[in-house]
Design a protein around this ligand. Structure first.
Ligand code: SF4
Length: 400
């Protein structure tokens, strides 16, 4: 059964779904596919006493296999795929000069738009988040490739985020009663589950991903877990699409600070020219940017919004320490940048498993099939302002 953990302030509730996840993994009739987010691997070791920012990707894979997961996929792979879809969409919009495009991978931000600023919904990218892209393909492409019955598949996500629990039950992401993702465990819940099953992450030998279809990732996919990462990853691929060669300096330093809003102008060349991009996190800067755009006083082309300061590396589902917040989040983010630096492939479009997906299944980015599986729409859910915006923001960030 499910139990509800109530936060000490009484304001926030977090549904605990560890039992449901375990039941799925133990059921011999089911094939459980587990994915985990870019930020999880750098925020999870702390739950087991490892230094902040330790990369425990390999230990998480081992733990999941020991628990009984049938297939372990990487949400980073989905991040690379999102860049292909969102980057292509953005290039179209830039050619039409349709005004800024907002990123769409943070569900707390999507909730915020639908509830408070539904008039800007047309500016949101239609690309689903990496978690949903992986879920959608784990029930279509993956079984087609592996010759398994899609009906037996259940998808479990491990996320640094509580709003992701709300995302999986959006009605546009459920098809004939079948959700793309069945269960979301927060990083904290996953730690509890391992402790309950007496698996000590610290002592586990690391494993590597072994799924040949949906687990490889580029450096661009890895940095999705921190603010500015989506933007940097998109620019690398868009530059290649416009110019037919790789961008030389792939790191966009102006986006890597910790301020609420960071902007940069990047020369994309070709028929696009210069694009003005911004990265924004937290409530106040987000509202400022949205108000600027609505009043016509913005010259931005592409805006990445993340609800949590620092992005998912310090998401609402992770271990958080108010005192140590900045140093910990910075260490986690440094590790993500380090992964990017040492990857032989640092661009999403060079991810060979993503290339295979397009070659063998989807055709091209933004094709009809890609639209059907990887894009979504938004709905006006405007609510009366009986709470302060700060209260609503906290509510949608923490509970969905
Ligand atoms: Fe979730 Fe926060 Fe990341 Fe948004 S920024 S996806 S709310 S963890």
């Amino acid at each position: 059964g499910q139990c509800v953990l109530v936060c000490p302030t009484g304001a926030l509730g977090e549904r605990d779904e560890t039992d449901r996840a375990l039941e799925m993994m133990y059921d011999p009739e089911l094939i459980t596919v587990v994915q985990f987010a870019p930020a999880v691997r750098v925020g999870f070791g702390e739950e087991f006493g490892l230094p902040p920012g330790t990369n425990v990707e390999g230990q998480i894979i081992t733990a999941l296999k020991q628990l009984g997961a049938s297939i372990v996929l990487d949400t980073n792979w989905g991040a690379d795929l999102v860049i292909m879809e969102e980057g292509t969409e953005l290039l179209h919009r830039l050619k039409e000069r349709k005004g800024p495009t907002f990123s769409s991978c943070c569900p707390a931000w999507i909730n915020f738009v639908e509830r408070h600023y539904p008039d800007i919904m047309p500016l949101l990218s239609s690309t689903k988040s990496p978690q949903q892209c992986v879920g959608a393909l784990a029930k279509t492409y993956l079984p087609a490739r592996m010759g398994i019955d899609p009906k037996r598949i259940r998808v479990i996500s491990i996320m640094p985020c509580i709003a992701k629990k709300d995302e999986i039950v959006r009605r546009q992401l459920i098809h004939d009663g079948v959700p793309e993702v069945d269960v979301v465990l927060s990083t904290r819940e996953f730690a509890r589950l391992l402790q309950r099953e007496r698996i000590d992450l610290k002592t586990l030998p690391p494993s590597t991903f072994d799924n040949p279809y949906m687990s490889e990732y580029s450096g661009a996919g890895a940095i999705f877990g921190t603010t500015g990462g989506v933007m940097e990853a998109a620019i690398r691929t868009m530059y290649y699409v416009v110019n037919g060669r790789e961008l030389e300096h792939v790191e966009i330093e102006q986006l890597r600070g910790f301020e609420g809003v960071r902007t940069a102008t990047v020369e994309l060349g070709g028929d696009i020219g210069a694009v003005k991009i911004a990265m924004c996190h937290g409530l106040k800067p987000t509202r400022q940017i949205v108000e600027q755009v609505r009043s016509g006083n913005s010259d931005l082309d592409f805006v990445e919004i993340m609800a949590c300061p620092g992005g998912c590396v310090d998401g609402g589902g992770t271990l958080r320490s108010k005192k140590a917040y900045l140093p910990h989040a910075l260490k986690r983010r440094e590790t993500l940048f380090g992964i990017d630096k040492t990857k032989a492939v640092r661009q999403s479009h060079r991810n060979e498993q993503v290339q295979a997906l397009y070659r063998d299944y989807l055709g091209a980015p933004n094709s009809e099939k890609a639209h059907h599986l990887l894009h979504t729409y938004y709905t006006d859910r405007k609510i009366e302002m009986t709470q302060t915006v700060r209260e609503v923001w906290a509510d949608i960030k923490m509970t969905g």
